[in-house]
Each structure stands twice: as C-alpha cells, then as structure tokens.
Write a protein that binds this ligand. Structure first.
Ligand code: SMG
Ligand code: MG
Length: 369
C-alpha cells in the first residue's frame, strides 16, 4: 500500500448528559478522526485523546501536531512499503504519543483490511459474534441522581455497572447502589488515579461490597503502590492508565500490581500492541477487558472487534452508542439483551455518515504527500 493523503477531522459531538470523572466533567465529546487515503482505498480511525491532557499527557491539538510534523511524513516516506504492521516499527524512535500513533496505525489497518475484504474481528482471530456490554456511570451531584441513572441502565439491559469514584464519592455511593439494586449486580469502580498510598484503609472498606474490581486507584506511575494495595485489599486491582505497553503489562503482572487489565487501544498505541497485551495477559492467566474513551461509532466498532478475542473474559465499557450520543455518526451500536453485535463487514465495519460529519466537524484539514 501507499499513503496518498491524510485528512484530520476535528469534531465536537454533544453528549446526552455531562460525564464526570475524578479529573473532569465533559458535555461535549471533542475528538479527532484520522481519515487516510491510500492507493488501495480509504480508512478511518478515532484518536482517543481528550481536549485537555487530563486522562493522559496527550490532548487533541498536541496529537494533531505530532501527526502532522512527525508521524504522517514517516508514513509517506514508506512509499509502497506501507502496511499496518510496518507503522509501529517505523515510529519506534518516537517516544510516547501513543494516541496519535494509534489513530494513524488504525486508519491504515482499516484501509488494508477493507481492500482485502477482511473484518477486523477476523484479523484478530476473534471468536465471538457479539459481546456483553457494561456501562460506565459518572460522578453525580446526588445519590438520588446516581440511583436514577443506574436503575435506567439496568433496565436497558447493561450486564455490568462501573461507578466512577473519587475521595468523597466512594463508599457511600457504592453502598447506595448495593442497597438499592442488591448484591448480585456485577459492579466495579474506577478512580482514575484519584487516591494515594495514604488511602489504603479507606479503599479496604470497599471490600465489603464484593466488587468485580477497582480500576486505577493510584497514580499511573505508582505501579509498586498498586502491588502493595493489591496485597492489602481483597477487591481485585485493575490497571488502566498505568498499562501503556505489553512490556509494562508483563512487569506489572510480575510485580503483583495488576490482577485484571483494562485494554484501551488508544492508550497503548494501537490494536497490534493491544493484541500483544492480550497475549501476555492470557499467558499469565490475567483476565482482560476492553475500555473506552467515549468513542463514536468509528472507535467503538474497532473496540468491539478486539473485545471479541478469546482472552476478553471480563465485560467491557463497550456500551451502545445511545449511552452517550443522541445522533450517531455511523450506523448505530444497539444493545440487544445485554450484548452488542461485533461488526462483520471489512475493516472496522462501519462508515461515517457524511451529512452528520458535516454537522459536527469544527475543522477538516488535508495533508498530502
Ligand atoms: O467509552 O464508555 C466509555 C468511557 C468509559 O469510563 C470510561 N472511560 O478511565 O476508563 C476510563 C474512562 C476514561 C474517560 S476519559 C473522558
Ligand atoms: Mg479507567
């Protein structure tokens, strides 16, 4: 394949309601898409970066800058040697910027598989045609509001609830959900690094709720702290932000810092690295699940294909598109009896709807060879 042009599209897509985590509250999904044109056809991907460097060090404007200045010129430089598998080795000299790398690698993978007539799920050796769907529930202004949302999601059929937590919104919020909906609903929490090594006793109190896992309680760099915590509490420790590569995953497992892994392709530099993390985890009997960055259909489609791989034995944040969006930017992803179908068409398996892109795009920029 040969790369001919890249379009970077910046979109502002309104959310149905504010999504609050321990680090931000957002009303708009501000996102960048990479649209590549190759001599074999086009491909699409969604960059996982947020508007501000709050989830990770990456953010939109920075991701677009590094794509334009460094990544895209390297890919033009590959000439006819371009393949999705060649992207990571070509960019290996470049430190970090995994979300930017992911967007380009995935759009090229989409183009490659579309031209070969192979779906992403087939390419991954995925074994499931549908995946069970969990939902991530933000921090609310009141417990009543939280119970209203959780009740609504359970009614829609979500098979697992994840509560965002932070100091001051943890024990009481989880207790209220357990009291209202019982001990049997699959429940987990995500702190997005909001706690410190001084909070171990507070986190230990959550043991009484029999949670599936606690996700990223401590700073992303405090891998040893997570190992100490995993030793101290009964709730399984899951890492998200800390796991940026298969090598880190291997080390965190060996250190006893992680008992379950959240794999987000954007965080780790792409789907090929995600598959490596899946393989390391499976080899060490560590369950994995697919996380999310509030993706529109373009990102969601590819996440569903990954989540259909055999090691993804834990329910992921692969919720229906209606969880966040009033208007779909691709064909919708619909919850059916708690499951969402894995796309079967070539590549990521969905196409953006041109009129809807026009409606939400705030800028479109072409970079040509
Ligand atoms: O896609 O449903 C989704 C989002 C799930 O909670 C979610 N993501 O740390 O796991 C996480 C957060 C990051 C959100 S960044 C705004
Ligand atoms: Mg998380």
């Amino acid at each position: 394949m040969k790369l001919e042009a890249v379009e970077l599209i910046r979109l502002n897509v309104p959310l149905k309601s504010a999504f609050r985590t321990s680090f931000s509250s957002v009303n708009l999904h501000q996102v960048v898409w990479a649209h590549v044109i190759t001599d074999q056809g086009e491909g699409w991907a969604e960059c996982g970066a947020n508007e501000r460097p709050d989830y990770s060090s990456e953010y939109h404007t920075g991701a677009m800058a590094v794509m334009k200045e460094f990544i895209i010129p390297e890919l033009f430089g590959l000439g006819n040697e371009l393949t999705a598998e060649a992207v990571a080795p070509t960019l290996e000299w470049m430190k970090g910027h995994r979300m930017a790398k992911h967007a380009l690698e995935t759009s090229i993978l989409d183009a490659q598989l579309r031209s070969q007539g192979i779906s992403l799920a087939e390419y991954f050796g995925a074994t499931k045609s549908k995946v069970p769907s969990g939902v991530s529930v933000g921090i609310m202004d009141s417990i009543d509001e939280l119970l209203g949302y959780v009740g609504g999601y359970l009614k829609q059929g979500y098979v697992r609830i994840k509560l965002k937590i932070e100091p001051g919104w943890d024990y009481e919020a989880v207790k209220a959900v357990r009291d209202a909906f019982g001990d049997d609903i699959p429940l987990q929490v995500d702190a997005n690094t909001a706690y410190t090594r001084d909070d171990f006793d507070l986190l230990k109190r959550l043991d009484e709720f029999n949670l599936l896992l606690i996700e990223q309680p401590l700073n992303e760099e405090d891998v040893l702290g997570h190992a100490k915590l995993a030793n101290y509490i009964d709730t399984p420790v899951c890492l998200d932000e800390s796991i940026v590569s298969a090598d880190i995953a291997r080390d965190a497992i060996e250190l006893g810092a992680v008992e379950i892994i959240n794999i987000k392709p954007s965080r780790v530099g792409g789907y090929l690295e995600s598959v490596k993390i899946h393989d390391v985890a499976v080899a060490n009997s560590i369950p994995v699940w697919c996380g999310g960055m509030l993706e529109t259909g373009i990102g969601r489609a590819a996440n569903l294909a990954l989540a259909a791989m055999p090691g993804f034995t834990v329910v992921g944040d692969t919720s229906a598109s209606s969880r966040y969006f009033e208007t779909d930017l691709t064909e919708p992803f619909v919850l059916k009896d708690g499951y969402i179908d894995v796309p079967t068409k070539p590549g990521i398996g969905v196409d953006p709807i041109p009129e809807i892109i026009e409606r939400f795009a705030v800028s479109r920029e072409w970079i040509r060879a």
